[in-house]
Ligand binder design. Structure first.
Ligand SMILES: [Zn+2]
Length: 295
């Protein structure tokens, strides 16, 4: 079972989180039939998404990450909520790069340059929005930079997605280290030192034991563990949710599609489920919309 293990070290001066996201990544691989490099790219961002969902405190809190880039990945989206339900997709799931091998080495080429955008809906008046550039293309450094620059938290991050010869995910996960408020400079130096000395992440992640991963590196630094939690790949689409998508198409375009095809078909990017709206249903959606907006 996938797991996110959180701990605080140095008596509460820093937080260390390690995660095993193997099942999450394999589920995405099966749903989207991703090529090896696409599995690694999406798998790493899904793992960040699992971590991000574990930081949401209130029911209803949710986030979305989108990466727009000029490499063959083009567009990658991951979203999740405080229930640890995470989902994601790539615009271009089955692209291949010639010299890809296992898919790990050429992530940089797959992303090219681009931008990371994060929106967090924390139930406040306005959503939090964060933004940073893709600085390396290996995802780890890009999100370490995102958290440091955009959220103002210096972050060390290392992840791996391991695949078998068929391109299926055999293990995925990683570790993320962030100082807590009041963390002094000398502790930051120690944290940085430890993070520079992680072994080969592929091997550490292959053990599928995030608790041990933390313990091996931080076990002797006044550590306190929290109960692990389990992230899952789960889409939240529903007919009601898709009605919003129908409205987003716009009334004029709805009419055009109905004249051409007789109904409107919408496929959920995240899970592939197809929703079909008949002419009567589309008319009803717009009538209810008008009624609501008259009040
Ligand atoms: Zn869906």
């Amino acid at each position: 079972m996938d797991k996110i293990c959180k701990s605080i070290v140095f008596g509460g001066l820093a937080e260390v989180t390690a995660f095993d996201t193997t099942e999450l990544v394999q589920k995405a691989r099966e749903l989207h039939k991703t090529s090896p490099v696409a599995t690694v790219a999406l798998g790493k961002v899904l793992s960040i998404g699992a971590y991000m969902s574990s930081t949401l405190k209130n029911d209803g809190d949710r986030f979305s990450i989108s990466i727009t880039c000029d490499g063959p990945i083009q567009n990658l989206v991951v979203a999740g909520n405080s229930k640890l339900q995470v989902r994601g997709y790539l615009e271009n799931p089955d692209f291949q790069l010639e010299k890809l091998g296992s898919g790990k080495e050429n992530l940089r080429e797959a992303f090219g340059s681009g931008t990371i955008n994060v929106i967090k809906d924390l139930g406040l008046k306005e959503c939090y929005t964060g933004k940073s550039e893709v600085v390396n293309g290996n995802v780890d450094e890009d999100f370490a930079w995102y958290f440091t620059k955009s959220e103002g938290v210096p972050t060390a991050l290392a992840m791996a997605v391991n695949l078998d010869e068929n391109g299926d995910c055999t293990s995925a996960g990683g570790i993320i280290i962030q100082p807590l408020p009041g963390c002094p400079e000398e502790v930051l130096v120690i944290l940085e030192d430890i993070s520079m000395n992680f072994g080969i992440m592929d091997k550490l992640v292959a053990a599928r034991d995030p608790h041990k991963l933390i313990d091996d590196y931080f076990g002797h630094f006044e550590i306190k563990y929290f109960d692990p939690v389990t992230p899952v790949y789960q889409c939240i689409c529903s007919p009601l949710y898709m009605e919003g998508v129908v409205r987003a198409i716009g009334r004029g375009e709805c009419v055009n599609i109905l004249m051409e095809r007789g109904s409107i078909e919408i496929k959920c990017h995240f899970c592939g489920k197809v929703y079909n709206f008949s002419k009567e249903e589309v008319v009803d959606i717009w009538q209810r919309y008008d009624k609501l907006n008259k009040k």
